[in-house]
Design a protein around this ligand. Sequence first.
Ligand code: KG4
Ligand code: ZN
Length: 345
Amino acid sequence: MLVLGIETSCDETGIALYDTKQGLLADALYSQVDVHAVYGGVVPELASRDHIRKALPLIDQVLAEAGCDKSAIDGVAYTAGPGLVGALMVGATLGRSIARGLGVPSLGIHHMEGHLLAPLLADSPPPYPFVALLVSGGHSQLVRVDGLGEYRLLGESVDDAAGEAFDKTAKMLGLPYPGGPHVAALAQSGNPDRFEFPRPMVKHPGLMFSFSGLKTHTLTTVKQCREQTGLSDQDKADIAYAFERAVVDTLVIKCRRALRQEALKTLVMAGGVSANRTLRAALADKLAPDGVGVYYPALRLCTDNGAMIAYAGALRMSAGQCDSDTAEVRPRWPMTELTPPRPTP
Ligand code: KG4
Ligand code: ZN
C-alpha cells in the first residue's frame, strides 16, 4: 500500500511517500523558521498561509523523487491534531481532497503517535512493549506502549514541555527561535562547575514533570549575571550547560523510574528534543546498568516530518481504518483516546 503523508500541524510542511513493502520512498520538508524567527515564535496565521503555498509543490517533489504517478497512491494520511487549528486544516483539507479526487481512503493521524512511531522506521526497530519518552515543543510525556494504539499515559509535564523550556531559555539568552538546538550548541562550551540548577520534581514520587521552576531559576541567574558584570558569552554558555544538564538529568531519572515501575527494558524516545545529543548519550549511559536498550529516530525524523505521518497512516490504513465522512481536525487531542486500528465500516 502506497501512502502519501502530510504534516502541517505547526511550522513545518512535511510530505512523504511510504510503501508498506518498500519502506520510505521519498520525504521532503520545508521549515518555516525564517518566517517566524523575526517574531520570536510561531505566528499561527502566517503558518497556515505558508503551508498553503508549500504543500502542493512538495507533493509534486516527492512523487517525482519516488518516480511515482499520483495514480499509484493508495491512501492519504494527514496530521489531524494536536496542533494549530488553521495549520491542521490546511493539511486535512488538502489530504481529504486529494484522496477524494483519487478515489482512495484518507485518515487523520495523531501527531504524537507519528512521533512515537518514527523510531520504528529504523532498520532495527524496538520490540513492543516499551516505554516511550515523547519530548517535543508542546508535549513531555512518558507512555507505556504495548502495540499500535495501545498507549497508557504514565506521566507528563504539569506545565511547560521540555522543548518549550529549551525555547524559553534560548529567548532569555538572546538566541534565535527555535531555541533547542542553539541552547544545546552553546552548552558545549559551558563550564560544568559554574552553576548547579535544580532538578525539578525528581524527589516527587511518580512520573510527572515540571519545568516552570527551572525556567524561573534560569531567569534569575540570567538577571544576576546581567546586574553583576553584564551577560557575557561565557555566562550564556555556562547557563545553557546548567539548564541542559538539569533537563537531561530529570528526564533520565523519570525514564529509569518508569522502566522499573513497568518492569520493561526498552526505552524509545521521540519528538524534537530527542535530537538532543546530550540527552541521547545520558540515557544510553545511565540506563545501560539496568540492561535497558534505548531507541530513537534518525536525527531528521526527530522533529516534525511527513514520513512519520505516512508511516502511521500506512499501519492504520492497511488494517482497514479510514476517515468517516464527518472527520474533523482536533487541535487538542489526548493520545490516550487512540485505539488499535480497526476497519472503518
Ligand atoms: O517535535 P517538534 O519538531 O515539534 C513539536 O511537535 O513541538 O519539536 C520541536 C521542539 C522545539 O521546542 C525545539 O527547540 C526542540 O524540539 N529541539 C531541541 C533540539 N532540537 C529540537 N531541543 C533540545 N535539543 C535539540 N537538539
Ligand atoms: Zn512534533
